[in-house]
Design a protein. Structure first.
Length: 441
C-alpha cells in the first residue's frame, strides 16, 4: 500500500443511453463489491447485522424454552451481545460512509476499495468468530475480538491518513470522528485485555465506554453536519443551522456518560455521595435531553414528516434527546427507590431508537443514492422503520417490572432480527449489482 491515498481513475459522467442500460449485467457478483468503499463496508456490515440479530433472538427464545433449546456459553451472553452490537456492524457502516463522504469533506482523493478491504474483512471475520467462540470456547472468542481489533485499528489509521493529507479549512467534524475512532480502538483493546485477565465485568465497562465515547460521538458529529444539510436540500425554506456549541454540547454529554460508566463500574454508588451523584447526573441528563428535543424541533422534525426518508432521520435524532431524558428519570427513580430502575430502557432508547433508526435511515439514503435509485423511502423501507420503532418501545417496556419482561424481550428481539434480515438481504442484493442508472460507483 502506498503512503498516500490512491488517486482513482476518472470516469466521465453522463446519463447512459437506453441501449447501454439494456446491456448492463444485472446479476449479483462479488467483484462488484469492490467498485466503491460503501459497497464492501455496507455489505459486510449487513452480514454481521443479520447474523447477530438472528443469534440474539435465538438466545432470547432459548431462555423461555424450558430446556427445549439449550445453549452453552463460554462467555456471558450479555457481553457477547453488547460487544458485537457496539464494535461489530456499526464501525463497518461507518467505513462505508466515512470513506465515501469523508474525502469530500476533507478535499482529498479517496482510498480505493482494495486498500480498505483487509481492515474491513478482518472486522467482519473477527466478530463472526467472536459469536461462534462465545459458545465453543472463550479463547476462540477472544481470538476473534483480537482479529477485529486489528481491523478497527487499521481502519482508524486509514481515516487519519486522509485527515493528515487534508488542507481543508474546516476539519472539525473529521477530527472529532478521528478522535472517536481512537477511543474505539483503545476501548476494544481494553476489552480484549480484560478478557485475558478473566475480568468480564471490566470488559463490559470498556464496551459501554466505546458506545458513548466512540459510536455516539461519530453519530452526533455526522448528525450535526448532515441532518441540517439534508433537511435544507429537501426543504429550501428551512435554513441550515448548526452552531458549533450544539456539537460541543452533544460531544460533552457523550464523554460525560463515558466517564459515568467508570464512576459506576462496580455498580451504583453507595454512601453519602450516592444521592448527590444521582441528583447531579439526573439533572444534567434531563437538561441535555431537553435541549436535544428542542433541537429536533428547530431542525424541522414536524416539517420532515412529509418526506419519509427525511422523517426517518429526524425521528432517529428525536430518540437521542428522549434517551437522555429517560436516563435522567432513571437516576431520580434510583434516588427515590434506592435501587436501579429503567436504566436498560434508557440505554435501548439510545441504541435501538436513536442509533438503530439513524442507521436504517442513513444507510438507506446512501445506498439509494449510490445505486442509481431515487432518494426516497419506499413502502418497504418505511414499514421496516416502523417495525423498528415498535421493537424499541417493547424493549423499553421490558425494563419495567411487570412480570412480562422476558416475553417482551423475546418479541422485541424477534422484531429486530426480522426487520434487519429483510433490510439486510434487500440492500445486500444492491451492493453486488451494477448501478441501476449505469453510472460508475
Amino acid at each position: 500500500m502506498s503512503d498516500r491515498p490512491v488517486i482513482p481513475l476518472k470516469v466521465k459522467s453522463g446519463k447512459p443511453s437506453p441501449e447501454v442500460l439494456a446491456q448492463l449485467d444485472r446479476h449479483w457478483r462479488s467483484r462488484y463489491l469492490m467498485l466503491a468503499p460503501h459497497r464492501l463496508g455496507f455489505f459486510l456490515a449487513m452480514v454481521l447485522l443479520v447474523a447477530s440479530g438472528a443469534w440474539w433472538a435465538l438466545v432470547q427464545v432459548s431462555r423461555i424454552s424450558d430446556g427445549a433449546l439449550s445453549m452453552h456459553f463460554g462467555l456471558s451472553p450479555s457481553l457477547l451481545h453488547a460487544a458485537v452490537m457496539v464494535f461489530g456492524f456499526i464501525p463497518l457502516f461507518f467505513s462505508g460512509f466515512l470513506f465515501t463522504a469523508g474525502p469530500k469533506w476533507l478535499g482529498v482523493e479517496p482510498w480505493e476499495t482494495t486498500a480498505l478491504r483487509p481492515a474491513l474483512v478482518l472486522q467482519a471475520a473477527g466478530w463472526l468468530v467472536w459469536l461462534a467462540g462465545g459458545h465453543i470456547d472463550s479463547v476462540l472468542a477472544l481470538l476473534g475480538g483480537c482479529v477485529a481489533w486489528v481491523g478497527l485499528a487499521w481502519m482508524a489509521s486509514l481515516f487519519w491518513r486522509l485527515v493528515l493529507c487534508s488542507q481543508a479549512p474546516d476539519q472539525v467534524h473529521a477530527h472529532a470522528i478521528g478522535v472517536a475512532l481512537g477511543v474505539g480502538v483503545l476501548s476494544l483493546l481494553g476489552m480484549c485485555l480484560s478478557l485475558v485477565c478473566g475480568a468480564q465485568d471490566i470488559a463490559r465497562v470498556f464496551v459501554l465506554t466505546a458506545l458513548w465515547g466512540f459510536v455516539l460521538v461519530v453519530y452526533a458529529t455526522v448528525a450535526h453536519r448532515m441532518i441540517p444539510f439534508f433537511t435544507s436540500s429537501a426543504m429550501p425554506f428551512i435554513q441550515v443551522w448548526r452552531p458549533f456549541w450544539l456539537l460541543w454540547l452533544m460531544l460533552g454529554a457523550a464523554m460525560f456518560e463515558a466517564a459515568a460508566v467508570w464512576v459506576e463500574y462496580d455498580g451504583p454508588l453507595r454512601g453519602p455521595v450516592a444521592p448527590v451523584w444521582l441528583l447531579v447526573r439526573g439533572v444534567l441528563e434531563i437538561g441535555v435531553g431537553a435541549v436535544l428535543l428542542w433541537l429536533a424541533g428547530v431542525w424541522g422534525l414536524v416539517q420532515s414528516l412529509k418526506n419519509r426518508l427525511l422523517a426517518m432521520l429526524h425521528i432517529g435524532f428525536f430518540w437521542l434527546g428522549l434517551s437522555f431524558v429517560l436516563g435522567g428519570i432513571s437516576q431520580f427513580l434510583t434516588l427515590f427507590f434506592e435501587s436501579p430502575h429503567m436504566g436498560l430502557g434508557a440505554l435501548h432508547a439510545l441504541t435501538m431508537g436513536c442509533l438503530g433508526s439513524l442507521m436504517l435511515a442513513m444507510v438507506t439514503r446512501v445506498s439509494c443514492g449510490h445505486s442509481g435509485r431515487a432518494l426516497v423511502a419506499d413502502r418497504i423501507a418505511w414499514s421496516l422503520f416502523w417495525v423498528l420503532q415498535v421493537a424499541t418501545v417493547l424493549r423499553i417496556a421490558a425494563a419495567f417490572p411487570t412480570g412480562q419482561e422476558q416475553r417482551l424481550l423475546v418479541t422485541a428481539s424477534l422484531l429486530w432480527a426480522g426487520c434487519m434480515a429483510v433490510w439486510g438481504v434487500r440492500l445486500g442484493a444492491w451492493y453486488g449489482r451494477l448501478r441501476a442508472d449505469g453510472r460508475p460507483g
